[in-house]
Write a new protein. Structure first.
Length: 73
């Protein structure tokens, strides 16, 4: 699992995303599409910044991006 997933359990719950072994790469791609691509520490740093600035906004953006991905299939 990516280095920051363990810190995002509550965020995933709020976004109604169940992370499984099968979908964790897709969840990671979705997060990186939101915050920008990079290695784990870079992405985690940007996630922390966004959560500090506007956690609800980040959760909403993640939830919408995940739902959009599910719709596209």
């Amino acid at each position: 699992m990516t280095c920051y997933f363990r810190h995002l359990i509550v965020v995933f719950e709020k976004a109604s995303i169940e992370v499984t072994r099968e979908n964790r790469k897709e969840v990671d791609k979705t997060i990186q599409a939101i915050v920008g691509y990079g290695d784990c520490p870079v992405v985690w740093r940007e996630i922390k910044k966004r959560l500090t600035q506007d956690e609800q906004g980040f959760v909403a953006e993640l939830k919408a991006a995940w739902a959009k991905r599910l719709i596209k299939g």
